[in-house]
Ligand binder design. Structure first.
Ligand code: DAH
Length: 339
């Protein structure tokens, strides 16, 4: 019996010492100390031991059990520590490694400029609206006092879809959509993409952007137009900027004008930027033509208004001193990330 216990102990210790997994240790525990374990079997066999030997053998079984339990416990603690250390080593964070950078894009210069213009006009109480890029001939031309046979139509090389539909050549049609809704007074700007059958060069593109503006109320005069657009120019280019209005012709406004700003590069003395003139043209404008008001259901005897159209790219190029419009559409990251 004594030899048997000795063998159980030695086998158990050997199994415990060679275990490299907690599961193996647990198996050993079950195999030896468990309900059907080897040592438990020995205990069950005690009834066959003669009564006088029982205390001695019993003591021996208990000692063996205690010894195995002690070694098992030690081995478990040790193995747990080894496993934890290995895990910590594998999960170590090297804070000196260079950080993973996410390449975050940012707003396009057109977008920045558009938001700036929106900010200025919203600050003056204007609403920002959107019109359709596919227009009918009526909204793009007819309702803007440009009849079918008018030569002004030729100036805007239009992408026609069919006789009725076309890609809008100007955002001015949005004026008509807003006026037709019949809610007065109107104070709105309408930024958007426009299309013209132009060849691509440094100052032209078949697709570009405009920001339309329209104010309709009682007693609106040319003085309101001048004051508003002068204020806009100051907010956009700085307090020192001066503006001038040159007479011009647009079918949908009468009188019409183009507005120049004093060259912000040379201050007006003349440079390469302003082609030596000291002035830079930035928009077209005028008092809304009575025909246009009438066609959209507004009584020109009661209401008057002014309108303007700004080329978004034009003011973006000027603002950022970019000398080729194509750069705005190439989406070269090296270019775009400068703004
Ligand atoms: N739509 C004109 C253009 O494309 C710009 C313009 C001029 C708009 C005068 C207006 C305006 O609303 O009153 O050249």
């Amino acid at each position: 019996m004594k030899d048997k216990l000795e063998k159980i102990k030695n086998d158990a210790l050997a199994a415990i010492n060679s275990a490299d997994k907690l599961e193996t240790l647990n198996e050993t525990r079950v195999n030896i100390l468990g309900k059907k374990g080897e040592l438990t079997q020995v205990l069950k066999g005690m009834k066959d031991v003669s009564p006088e030997d029982r205390p001695k053998i019993g003591q021996l079984v208990n000692d063996t059990r205690a010894e195995i339990e002690r070694v098992l416990e030690e081995a478990t603690v040790k193995l747990e520590r080894v496993i934890r250390e290995a895990q910590m080593k594998s999960e170590v964070i090297d804070v000196t490694l260079p950080a993973k950078k996410n390449a975050v894009g940012h707003r396009h210069p057109n977008q920045i400029t558009q938001e700036e213009v929106e900010r200025i006009f919203v600050g003056m109480g204007y609403e920002v609206v959107e019109g359709p890029e596919i227009e009918t001939d009526y909204y793009n031309f007819e309702a803007l006092n440009i009849p079918a046979d008018h030569p002004a139509k030729d100036e805007q090389d239009t992408f026609y879809i069919n006789d009725t539909y076309l890609l809008r050549t100007q955002t001015s049609g949005t004026q008509v959509h807003v006026m037709e809704q019949g809610k007065l007074p109107i104070r709105m700007i309408a930024p958007g993409r426009v299309f013209r059958s132009d060849e691509v060069d440094a100052t032209h593109s078949p697709s570009f952007h405009q920001i339309e503006g329209l104010v309709i109320d009682k007693h609106i005069t040319f003085a309101d137009l001048k004051g508003t657009l002068a204020e806009f120019a100051k907010e956009l280019y700085g307090e020192d900027i001066r503006v001038r209005f040159r007479p011009h012709h647009f079918n949908f406004t009468e009188p019409s004008a183009e507005m120049d700003v004093s060259c912000f590069k040379c201050g007006g003395s003349g440079c390469r930027f302003c082609k030596g003139t000291g002035w830079i043209e930035i928009l077209g404008c005028g008092m809304v033509h009575p025909n246009v008001l009438r066609m959209s259901g507004i009584d020109p005897e009661e209401y008057s208004g002014f309108a303007f159209g700004v080329g978004l790219e034009r003011i973006a190029l000027l603002k950022y001193e970019i000398d080729d419009m194509r750069l705005l559409y190439e989406n070269d990251e090296r270019f775009l990330k400068q703004f």
